[in-house]
Design a protein around this ligand. Structure first.
Ligand SMILES: Nc1ncnc2c1ncn2[C@@H]1O[C@H](COP(=O)(O)OP(=O)(O)O)[C@@H](O)[C@H]1O
Ligand SMILES: [Mg+2]
Length: 244
C-alpha cells in the first residue's frame, strides 16, 4: 500500500485551474521530487494534501485514511507535516519557542515539548541558536528553523516546499545533506525544489507539473532529458527574458 495517494485532485481559483486531475502515489520510504515552472500548481498541490485548501474534486489518502475534509492540525497529527515556501516564523519568539510550537503537537507537557524542540534544533544544526529570536536569524537559518518546526511534529511524511530557495551553494549543500539524513532516519519525503542539481541528487523519482497537470514522471535521469520537461522550462525562461 502507498503511504500517500492522490487521485484526481483539482483546484480552481476563479478562472484559473491551478491543479487539474492530479494523481500520484508515494511509497513508504520514498523521496519523491515535485518540479515545474513557477505557477505550475506545486504549492497548491501541497495545500490540498495538507488540508490548507479543500480540493474541488479528488481524494487524498494517507496510510489508507481519507484526508479530504480534515483540518491541517489533524492531518499533522496523523504524521503528515509540511514546510511553507514563504517562511513566517514568529519573529519575536526564540528559535526554541518557534520549534516548540511544532513539538506541542506531540507533547502536551511544555517541558517535554521544549526538550523535543531542543533535540530537533540540534539535528538541523541550530543548537547554538536556541535563544535567538527568529527575526535575528539569517535566511539559511530561518529555512532550517522552518524545517525544524515541521520535524518537531514527528512526521512519517514530510512535504518540503522550496527549502533551498535563496540559499548560496554552500548553504544548499548543507541542506541537501540534512534532507538526506532526515530521509535516512526513516522519514518519507515529497520535495518541491527549483534547484535541479539538488532535486536530481535527492529524489528517487520525479513528478513534473505544468499548468496544473502532470506532464511527466520518472527517475531523475529520464526526467532531465524528457522533451516535455525541457519545453516547459524553456517556456519559463522565455517568459523570464521577454522584453517588458
Ligand atoms: N489562494 C490563491 N488564490 C488565487 N490564485 C492562487 C492562489 N494560490 C495560488 N494561486 C495561483 O495558482 C497558480 C499556481 O500557484 P502555485 O501553486 O503557488 O504554483 P507553484 O508553487 O508551482 O509556483 C498560480 O497562477 C497562482 O497565482
Ligand atoms: Mg510554490
Amino acid at each position: 500500500m502507498s503511504l500517500l495517494e492522490a487521485r484526481g485532485l483539482s483546484k480552481r481559483f476563479g478562472g484559473l485551474q491551478a491543479v487539474h486531475d492530479l494523481s500520484f502515489a508515494l511509497a513508504e520510504g520514498e523521496m519523491l521530487g515535485l518540479i515545474g515552472p513557477n505557477g505550475a500548481g506545486k504549492t497548491t498541490a501541497f495545500n490540498l494534501l495538507s488540508g490548507f485548501l479543500r480540493p474541488d474534486a479528488g481524494s487524498v489518502s494517507f496510510r489508507g485514511r481519507p484526508l479530504v475534509g480534515l483540518k491541517p492540525h489533524a492531518i499533522c497529527r496523523l504524521g503528515l507535516a509540511r514546510t511553507f515556501q514563504l517562511v513566517r516564523p514568529f519573529p519575536r519568539m526564540s528559535a526554541l519557542d518557534n520549534v516548540k510550537v511544532g513539538a506541542l503537537a506531540r507533547h502536551a507537557h511544555p517541558a517535554a515539548a521544549a526538550a523535543r524542540a531542543a533535540a530537533v534544533l540540534e539535528r538541523v544544526g541550530l543548537a547554538g541558536k536556541q535563544g535567538v529570536r527568529a527575526a535575528g536569524l539569517t535566511l539559511a537559518e530561518r529555512k532550517r528553523l522552518e524545517l525544524a518546526r515541521a520535524l518537531a511534529t514527528e512526521p512519517t511524511l514530510l512535504l518540503l516546499d522550496e527549502v533551498m530557495a535563496g540559499l548560496n551553494p554552500a548553504e544548499t549543500e548543507t541542506m541537501v545533506q540534512l534532507i538526506g539524513r532526515i530521509h535516512a532516519d526513516g522519514v518519507s519525503i515529497l520535495l518541491i525544489e527549483h534547484n535541479m542539481r539538488a532535486v536530481m541528487a535527492l529524489s528517487h523519482r520525479i513528478l513534473v507539473l505544468s499548468f496544473g497537470e502532470r506532464i511527466a514522471e520518472g527517475p531523475p535521469a529520464a526526467i532531465a532529458n524528457h522533451p516535455k520537461v525541457i519545453e516547459a522550462y524553456l517556456g519559463e525562461e522565455y517568459v523570464g527574458t521577454a522584453p517588458a
